[in-house]
Design a protein around this ligand. Structure first.
Ligand SMILES: [Zn+2]
Length: 250
């Protein structure tokens, strides 16, 4: 039952995250006006607002002007539904689950915006870093805040160091995004996310070059890999963190 509820809530959140991905880079409000067609501006009706089902009812097109609704909207909704179901199935309805769900949601938005626009807005990262510290306070009081702050500084500092050494291989958005991840997942979880991101990023980079889709000179945004690393650690952290830090007992 909790998984089913998680799936339904996840699709609704996914629908909202789609709006954030669409509007945040343009500096628009993510709340008002309500969901509307990007071409003719027609407001969506109550039925059409239902995640996935709305898309199917409309056959993926605007009722008024026939403009196609991008397929990534329903895919994002289903994907978030599955992730939410997975987290709630694993942790139950706990503070750890809420922490993981917020982390995953932020990771999804950051990846979506970075893929489309090659930026990760400060509006997404900066305020939520404070939220990460506050989540630490809720779970472990002062010690909780300190461990999150350590994660924030270590993760942000690591990417800052790489950015300086590689002279622009990673940008300010990546630094702040990684600091954000550290504020939610702490020192071990945050750094493990980075390791996973780095490995997957390197593999995907090699594959894209071998297939001739990208050349060595092309820049591939790193943000989406940080997102994938974060999501993997949120769900499988208990197994992966000990692989990266074998000398630490969780
Ligand atoms: Zn329209």
């Amino acid at each position: 039952m909790l998984k089913l509820a998680g799936f339904i809530v996840g699709t609704i959140v996914g629908s909202f995250l789609g709006v954030c991905i669409d509007r945040m880079p343009r500096g628009e409000s993510v709340v008002a006006p309500g969901s509307h067609c990007s071409k003719c501006g027609a407001q969506l009706g109550a039925l059409e607002l239902i995640p996935v089902i709305g898309y199917v009812l409309l056959w993926g097109r605007c009722r008024h002007c026939g403009e196609r609704v991008p397929i990534w909207y329903p895919l994002l909704e289903v994907g978030c539904g599955l992730l939410y179901a997975g987290v709630l199935g694993k942790y139950g309805f706990t503070l750890s689950a809420v922490n993981a769900l917020i982390s995953i949601s932020l990771a999804v938005v950051a990846a979506g915006i970075d893929l489309g626009h090659r930026v990760i807005p400060d509006r997404l990262t900066m305020p939520w870093m404070i939220a990460g510290l506050l989540m630490g306070a809720l779970s472990g009081g002062l010690q909780g805040i300190l461990s999150r702050a350590l994660g924030l500084l270590a993760c942000g500092g690591l990417v800052l160091l790489i950015a300086v050494l590689s002279r622009g291989g990673m940008g300010g958005g990546d630094i702040k995004f990684m600091a954000l991840v550290g504020s939610f997942l702490g020192f071990l979880g945050g750094l493990t996310s980075f390791v996973v991101a780095f490995i997957i990023g390197a593999l995907v980079g090699v594959i894209l070059i071998v297939l001739g889709i990208k050349s060595r000179k092309d820049e591939i945004p790193f943000g989406p890999f940080i997102s994938v690393g974060t999501i993997i650690v949120c769900i499988f952290g208990d197994r992966i963190i000990p692989l990266v830090f074998p000398w630490i007992r969780l």
